[in-house]
Design a protein around this ligand. Structure first.
Ligand SMILES: [Zn+2]
Length: 240
């Protein structure tokens, strides 16, 4: 039984390490995903701003064309004004010309507004692109580091898995199954030491009788409170 208990303790050590390795792997993967999401988000924002800029820019070009056309027509009208003989006709054309100048002025104002908006958008896009570049730099470096670490950790995990199989082979199947069942139901802690009569799984005192039997190590003992498999750990200051 002592052998079996020792194997159970080894198994728990391996599983503890595997949990730590897996959690580190998750941290690496999460960090990479987090940076990737930030980059994706920034790219989308840049794209949206560029589309907005494109729309305003084409509106502005359209306005410039309309201003040019209207100005040309207005100039023609001004020339015609000189040839007009009657006051009535003159006034009518003059009014038309005033309206046209008014609308040219409006279009010019809107065109200026467009240009201002484009300038603002250019500034925003430039800030976003700079941010994107910075995060991308961090991402490239961190991804390389994380991938190297993950590769190493995955290799280590494989080694742990094969050691685990070897130890499991040396365990009585009923013990191994029991271990697995407790491991699953009690947050990855199936085998815990008892130090100074305290179960390190639940931090409760175990009965003296159980403690004495545990020290002898002749049979498998379970914590009466949390039901984990116990093993005796000499801390040098045990209560006898
Ligand atoms: Zn316990």
């Amino acid at each position: 039984m002592r052998d079996q208990i020792a194997h159970l303790v080894q198994l728990q050590d391996i599983d503890n390490e595997a949990v730590a390795v897996k959690s580190r792997l998750k941290v690496c993967a999460d960090r990479i995903r987090d940076l990737e999401n930030k980059l994706k988000d920034l790219s989308l924002r840049i794209q949206a701003k560029e589309e907005e800029r494109e729309e305003i820019s084409s509106r502005q070009k359209d306005l410039e064309q309309k201003i040019e056309d209207a100005t040309r027509l207005a100039k023609k009208a001004e020339k015609r004004l000189m040839d007009i003989k009657t006051t009535r006709e003159y006034r009518a054309l003059q009014r038309e010309l005033d309206d046209s100048k008014g609308s040219i002025k409006e279009m010019e104002d809107e065109s200026v507004q467009c240009m201002e908006q484009i300038e603002e958008l250019d500034a925003v896009i430039s800030v976003l692109k700079k941010e994107h570049d910075e995060i991308n730099r961090v991402y490239q470096t961190e991804r390389e580091e994380a991938e190297a670490e993950m590769k190493e950790k995955e290799g280590w995990l494989k080694k742990l898995t094969s050691s685990r199989e070897k130890i499991a082979d040396q365990l009585e199947p009923r013990l191994f199954n029991r271990y697995e069942a407790i491991l699953r139901s009690l947050s990855n802690q199936a085998v815990v030491p008892v130090e100074a009569m305290v179960c390190k799984g639940c931090n409760m005192n175990i009965p003296p009788q159980t403690y004495n039997e545990l020290q002898r190590g002749d049979e498998l003992k379970f914590c009466p409170h949390c039901e984990r498999i116990l093993y005796y750990k000499d801390t040098g200051d045990n209560v006898e």
